[in-house]
Design a protein around this ligand. Structure first.
Ligand code: FAD
Length: 473
């Protein structure tokens, strides 16, 4: 037997990073909010925080959205980040080289602990009027047809052995239940939704570099904390981001065929030692063996959805549920946080008319989400291979030098990475457009440079030939 509860306001599914921020944002606007989460409460069940990827890079779009919702909360969170000013490349001999600074003027992206961030947001929620229900698994959405006014969601309580489905009615519904969204699946019954889910041939495996245990060491960090460390090996790579306690969370990305070809712990250790000798030393044989034997291998995929709202303007999808992307630009959460800010600003612009805002959000947001999903995919190639190419590094140098000095005097030059990570005032699609234009210009300059060198060489050859000819007359 199912019971129905009528609530005014907004019902949100998923208390991950994006759902929590959305709940706080709606509550800050004065709406009554109920937040449902499948997991159990991490306060009473610590294993519930066992989420993928231990730390994340938060950059300006994410920070702006946090500040938009609550400036003081953002400041409290930002006290616990580790800034990363650029990439540190480790070659196969273990030699390290700072390859590229991220910002034009010293701006940093920031490593933050995922469960710490999620817990901070949940704590804010606990101190607010938001109703937070753990162990609630969404199983059904209803009344989202064009003429329906009061949508509903049905849940089962996973803490009970035989839970009766419970139905809740709200004015508005928000789906923030992640890449494998049940909300999205349910929405498809009411919306002519285009939807695609593409797995990329890539797995990730999480590893760990412990803090420096040498009491005489200058730093508790075994490698520099203020860089994102990359061990690029063309079709696979290792990365590492610092944690506050002196450790690093490291991630090994490779095609499935690479990891699946490794059949035993001994082979894994040999593979790791040959490709990442310095990381091998830092992690230690025992830890590496345990990772290979026990850690899960994660799959990576892109999700593309259109539209994000239902025809009656009563439900919307945000965060990974709407646009799961590969993690190579470090923008998945940042973009999800930006979804929340963009949606809230749209509600402001429409004088609190949520239905209208849900309806206009899709068309306003789609091109930006397409752009960042594409950039995320392209960035794997940059991180795993291009960062070792002298041509690429030279182009980057020119790109960044132009960015630093061509700064609105006669014309403005904006390198892509700083636009995505530090210029939250430039929408993703606009950043991509600017980058494509600048790329064409740099290609032109490069082709011009090659042509000039070739012409110069040819002239020199003709002159030499002429001299040779005359001397033999
Ligand atoms: P999720 O975090 O997936 O949260 C969804 C929530 O919904 C979960 O709590 C889940 O339990 C709940 N839920 C699911 N189903 C139901 C249901 N039926 N009923 C009720 N609740 C449900 N992003 C960055 O910005 N920077 C990075 O550096 C970065 N690094 C990453 C590295 C890796 C290896 C990976 C995989 C991702 C990375 N990301 C990064 C992306 C980032 O993790 C995601 O974009 C972000 O977690 C999305 O948040 P979300 O709240 O939309 O979804």
């Amino acid at each position: 037997e199912s019971s129905t509860n009528r609530h005014q306001g907004v019902g949100i599914v998923g208390a991950g990073l994006v759902g929590c921020l959305a709940a706080l944002a709606f509550a800050a606007k004065g709406y009554s909010v109920t937040l449902f989460e499948l997991r159990s409460d991490p306060k009473t069940d610590p294993s519930s925080n066992n989420l993928r990827s231990i730390n994340l890079a938060v950059s300006s779009r994410g920070i702006r959205a946090l500040k938009y919702v609550d400036e003081e909360m953002a400041d409290r969170i930002l006290e616990h980040i580790t800034p990363m000013k650029g990439r540190m490349i480790h070659d196969v001999t273990g030699t390290k080289q700072e390859s590229q600074l991220y910002g034009l003027f010293g701006e940093c992206i920031n490593s933050v602990d995922r469960s710490f961030l999620n817990d901070c947001l949940l704590d804010e929620i606990r101190h607010s009027d938001i109703k937070l229900l753990f162990n609630h698994k969404l199983i059904k959405l209803a009344h989202l047809e064009e003429d329906s006014e009061i949508p509903s969601m049905t849940f089962i309580d996973t803490s009970l052995p035989h839970s009766e489905p419970k139905t809740f009615e709200f004015d508005y519904l928000v789906g923030a239940d992640g890449a494998f969204s049940q909300f999205r699946y349910q929405m498809q019954k009411f919306v002519r939704m285009n939807f695609s889910q593409n797995y990329v041939d890539m797995q990730y495996l999480e590893l760990y570099i412990p803090p420096n245990d040498d009491p005489k060491a200058e730093s508790k960090f075994a490698i520099d904390a203020n860089h994102l460390h990359i061990w690029p090996r063309h079709n696979f790579m290792l990365i590492a981001l610092a944690n506050k306690d002196g450790s690093f969370t490291s991630t090994f990305f490779s095609p499935w065929s690479v990891i699946e070809a490794i059949k035993s712990t001994e082979e894994w250790l040999a593979f790791f030692k040959a490709n990442f000798p310095d990381a091998y030393k830092l992690m230690g044989e025992e830890r590496l063996s345990s990772v290979f034997e026990n850690h899960p291998r994660g799959a990576l995929m892109q999700v593309d959805v259109y539209p994000y709202h239902t025809p009656n303007g009563r439900a919307i999808l945000i965060g990974d549920a709407a646009h799961s992307m590969v993690p190579f630009y470090g923008q998945g959460m940042n973009c999800g946080f930006e979804d929340v800010r963009v949606l809230m600003e749209s509600i402001d612009k429409n004088n609190g008319d949520i239905t209208k805002s849900f309806k206009t959000y899709t068309d306003a947001r789609k091109k930006d989400l397409n752009a960042i999903c594409k950039l995320a995919m392209d960035n794997f190639n940059e991180m795993s291979s291009k960062v070792t190419s002298p041509w690429f590094l030279l182009r980057k140098k020119i790109d960044y030098t132009l960015g630093r000095y061509a700064n609105g005097v006669f014309f403005t030059w904006l390198p892509l990475y700083p636009m995505i990570s530090f210029r939250d005032d430039i929408p993703y699609s606009k950043a991509l457009e600017i980058e494509e234009r600048q790329h064409r210009i740099l290609n032109g300059v490069q082709a011009g440079g090659i042509a000039a060198i070739a012409i110069f060489g040819l002239v020199k050859l003709v002159q030499a030939w002429d001299k040779f000819g005359r001397s033999h007359l």
